[in-house]
Design a protein around this ligand. Sequence first.
Ligand code: GLY
Length: 567
Amino acid sequence: MRWLIAVAFLSACAGPAPRASTPKPWGFAGQDFVVAADHPAASEAGVRMLAAGGNAVDAAAATSLALSVVRPQSAGLGGGGFMLLTLAGKKPVFVDYRETAPGAAEPAAYLGADGRPVPGKTEAGPWAVGVPGQLRGIPVLLAKLGTKTLAEALVPAIELAEKGFPVDKVLHAAMLDMAGRIAAAAEPRRYDEISRIFLKDGRPYAAGEVLFQPDLAAALRRLASEGAEKFYLGAFSDAVLKVAGAEAGGPMTREDLDGYALSERRPLSGTYRGRTVLSAPPPSSGGACVLQILGTMEGFSPKRLRRPEGTALLVESMKHAFADRARLLGDPDVHPEVEENAAAMLAPRHIRELRRKVGVGRTAAPETYGVQSLPDDGGTTHYSILDAQGNAIAATETINLYFGSLLVAPGLGIVLNNQMDDFAISTTAANAFGLRQSELNLVGPGRKPLSSMSPTIILERGSPTAALGGSGGPLIITGTVQSILNAVDGGMAPDEAVAAPRVHHQWSPDVVRFDAEVPAETRALLLKRGHRLEPFAGESAVQMVTRQGGELRGGSDPRKGGRPDGR
Ligand code: GLY
């Protein structure tokens, strides 16, 4: 059904779609508050806080904690994330609780005798794990800006872990992927713990089978009773060190864990057709890319963007944004010039130049755009919240690839991230595409790897009217942009905006990925302009909420099976 909508924005002749009156099964309409997460139980967890008088921060904490149970392949206490908040009467703030590299994570540790990155070392096992930020993110924010206790916010998550929940086809597919990674691993026995928890007699749970997580339930109960700091420094750190520290041949130390602290940053800000758009600053590339693509597109009329040519212009602007990303962005705490680089990506002169370049017709060879490549990944989760007090939250959290490093904190049932895979390991060794990677994102002690996460909030006359973002590695950026274009230029409600077919180009590899429902005429034009086309293999999933007048709307991307909730 979602594909009928698609044609409304991407086809040649349709005008802006009328705002839908009845939400789709993956949509919501109400008046007081709305939460859109990529699992229905996580949206419900947030709504429980709001219905009990809590605010958007309380809802974010409960949603995040529930996601750690029902989306264990994507996020959780062994990972990290970014949260963008516009709270009524306060300055917008971007909170960074992304993982950092352990102190021993020097590039040489990841290179083989041939000077090339050791295959898989950043993907699975102890060297793949970044110092998790989640437990020093969500509980800290809740204590500072929420009204509920951590124990209250944990109630839905504990119930889901204890009573179990039916595995859906998204989790089933992630389990299948995990089983394949373990079968191909050099030391499969290292991953016995994750197999014990997430495989049933060695096979993925079928969709509909109930997954119980007693270890995680006990860990969450302990977190509720001990409090975040005691739990983090004690049981959690002890368990992480067992599988990612010296005992396991890994780099993680107690000092790495003790030293983790969240960072507050200023969001990047841009405009789109009279609206203010706030999004993620470095160490995410998300905001710079989203705002650059929107800025480029703003130079063309909505009518022109609705034609097949509009998709070609969009694809070309994606290529430029991703080439700039690879060349210019990294950890601003290590490379202060990264902040200037992000500003340069959004400078009016650069945007004007990009508008000229994307309009020239035939696409150009990748080396014309830049000289670096970027890593690929596919896990991650996102939730968006609007509450009755006018607060808005967009948060994206991740353990990177599905089931992260394949390591679980023993006895706690907490999956540990493989965020180290978002770093460049070498600036001299060419990668599989014959391209070199940027020094600005080179792995190093205490650094944060470059991210694509793009939590975004749109303001009109100073008030939040939309919050959105997604999962899916680099596809997050293009999924977020197209959902904004669908809503602002296409007049779509969020359930329509997130469901419409999308295209994606990340500059390297030099290929346009597309949903099968992208019109044939559009695909023909892209081919004529010299693009190579491939159907999507994996997709982004966008969660979006909006406020229009007195009405709140939510849309959870049907690609990942979420459903918004609210009142
Ligand atoms: N690991 C997903 C991202 O940060 O982009």
